[in-house]
Design a protein around this ligand. Structure first.
Ligand code: ZN
Ligand code: ZN
Length: 146
């Protein structure tokens, strides 16, 4: 069980890296036509960018399905990917973008830096000159002005 929890944790951490590189090179690359909606004012409840949540769910579902039926470690890899999704949704969509209205103001250093880092990403609505592509991890060298 310990090994399985460790796998879930490691995959979760790797997912932040996957999200960073996907955001930088795919979402701000050839799938910009989907991500662009996230850099524009939202019209309605959803945006085209939400399709990425669906895309990220596919490998998770496949890993869990295959791992469960074949009794392999892929089950825990899939659980790790699945755990990243609510974390991403809570931090990115609720805490930063307030898609679900909450009034709470976060005051911890980590939360302030994380929110500021993503606001920095949204300081441009263009494909090519964006900065700060991470979600849950904020690199030390990033100039946040706080
Ligand atoms: Zn972006
Ligand atoms: Zn955002």
């Amino acid at each position: 069980m310990f090994v399985n929890i460790l796998i879930v944790l490691i995959v979760f951490l790797i997912m932040e890296g996957v999200a960073f590189y996907t955001h930088k090179y795919v979402m701000h690359g050839y799938l910009w036509y989907l991500h662009k909606s996230h850099h524009r004012p939202r019209e309605g409840m959803f945006e085209k960018n939400d399709w990425f949540a669906v895309l990220f769910a596919i490998p998770s579902i496949l890993c869990i399905y295959s791992g469960y039926h074949n009794d392999t470690v892929l089950l825990w890899v899939g659980v790790g990917i699945a755990c990243y999704c609510p974390a991403y949704f809570i931090f990115h969509d609720i805490i930063v973008h307030r898609r679900i209205k909450i009034k709470y103001k976060f005051s911890s250093r980590y939360m302030k830096r994380m929110i500021r880092a993503h606001q920095l990403h949204h300081s441009t609505s263009e494909k090519d000159d964006a900065l700060s592509f991470g979600f849950l991890y904020v690199p030390k060298g990033l100039k946040l002005g706080i």
